[in-house]
Design a protein around this ligand. Structure first.
Ligand SMILES: C[S@@+](CC[C@H](N)C(=O)[O-])C[C@H]1O[C@@H](n2cnc3c(N)ncnc32)[C@H](O)[C@@H]1O
Length: 226
């Protein structure tokens, strides 16, 4: 074995998923409702990812959050649960059908008052925001070929020490298969190569579900500490 890691078996994965503190009947019901959509349900974040999003949002004391790619709302409810009562979550998605399911989940979870869901291409939504709109936390989980563009749109609006979390950065392992030249894989590989070289952020990739990269925005005088 080179390096220190544990390759997950199905049993170990079940063990990891089981050992989390978030237990939310609304999210469990939403997962069941989403499963009835068939193949599309695979897009939903996993329960342990949802728990991790809630924890991160709470840990950094986020008040203003963003989700790019909301689908039926599992990640959004998880993020909104981590916000204070007067917190705000802006959700972006292009699907009216899936957004309707998400809106119902926001009501059931009691977080509808802190969530705004805009149905439009996320880059359009982000570019239309007033200059003063800023975020403490962002979760990027939409079209993979736009991830780099989302990074460039979100970062100027992120407070110092705020976090951007990118989902699917392992892309089922395809990122290390050089024969895979499909546009999504190439875009994710390029983002993965770029982020550690971006002096504006500090980042780490963690192999939770399909892989998450967490990027923290550095302060203006932080260069000397690197
Ligand atoms: C992987 S799913 C998101 C899963 C979701 N974060 C969750 O917690 O279950 C990707 C979503 O991105 C949306 N999407 C795709 N392209 C988009 C775009 N250009 N702008 C906004 N949303 C987009 C899709 O409609 C889909 O709902």
């Amino acid at each position: 074995m080179s390096g220190k890691f544990v390759a997950l078996t199905p049993e170990l994965h079940a063990y990891v998923a089981e050992h989390r503190s978030e237990r939310d009947p609304v999210l469990a019901g939403l997962a069941q409702e989403t499963a009835r959509l068939g193949r599309a349900a695979a897009m939903q974040v996993s329960p342990e990812q949802g728990a991790f999003l809630s924890l991160l949002v709470r840990a950094i004391g986020a008040r203003r959050a963003l989700e790019v790619g909301t689908f039926t709302g599992y990640g959004a409810v998880s993020i909104a649960r981590g916000l204070p009562d007067d917190g705000r979550l802006l959700c972006c998605d292009v699907s009216e059908e899936w957004s309707a399911i998400a809106r119902r989940a926001f009501e059931r979870a009691g977080v509808a008052g802190r969530v705004e869901l805009r149905v439009a291409p996320a880059l359009e939504t982000l570019r239309s925001l007033p200059a003063g709109d800023t975020f403490d936390f962002a979760f990027v989980d939409a079209d993979k070929t736009s991830y780099r563009a989302y990074h460039e749109e979100i970062l100027p609006r992120l407070r110092v020490d705020g976090l951007i979390v990118f989902d699917n950065v392992l892309w089922s392992g395809a990122v290390v298969d050089p024969s895979d030249r499909t546009s999504d894989t190439v875009a994710l590989r390029e983002l993965n190569d770029f982020l550690p070289t971006d002096p504006r952020v500090e980042c780490v990739m963690i192999p939770l579900a399909d892989g998450l990269t967490i990027a923290r925005k550095r302060g203006p005088n932080e260069g000397a500490r690197r």
